[in-house]
Design a protein around this ligand. Sequence first.
Ligand SMILES: [Zn+2]
Length: 165
Amino acid sequence: MSQLDPDRRTFLMATACAALLPAAALADPADKYAASPWRKVSDAEWKKKLSPEAYDVLRHEGTERPGTSPLLNEHRKGTFACAGCGLALFKSDWKFDSGTGWPSFYTEIPGALAKKSDHGLPFEERTEYHCAQCLGHQGHVFKDGPRPTGLRYCNDGVALKFVPA
Ligand SMILES: [Zn+2]
């Protein structure tokens, strides 16, 4: 046989096309903050920038003591932003009193948070979430929230700052 069979030819074409893909196309297209300068802040720089409590939560996934956040009593209209980089994460309209002692929300500003599954508790599945821009840890999302989403974003208050409208 002098000719390539069709399957073999298709395979060669596919290989050639794959080799031409630029490296950038292989990066996660969902990560729109991948090139953000906030991603380059070192741990030592964060330590200088943040209060000890905020540093522990945002950069080392610590958890604040429940009932301690002044934001529990924040009922003005506005936005809750990341205490690390200032990215807006939640609107005051979505805040509710969950009775847990942590500021709670039933939804997020689209694209503001990134999530990963977290099996830190033995019998309960929860999802850890962090600021999509600086990757600072914010809290966990549970599926026992109110309508309309049924979600409960349980957020460390110290990881947030309130910006009045
Ligand atoms: Zn942030």
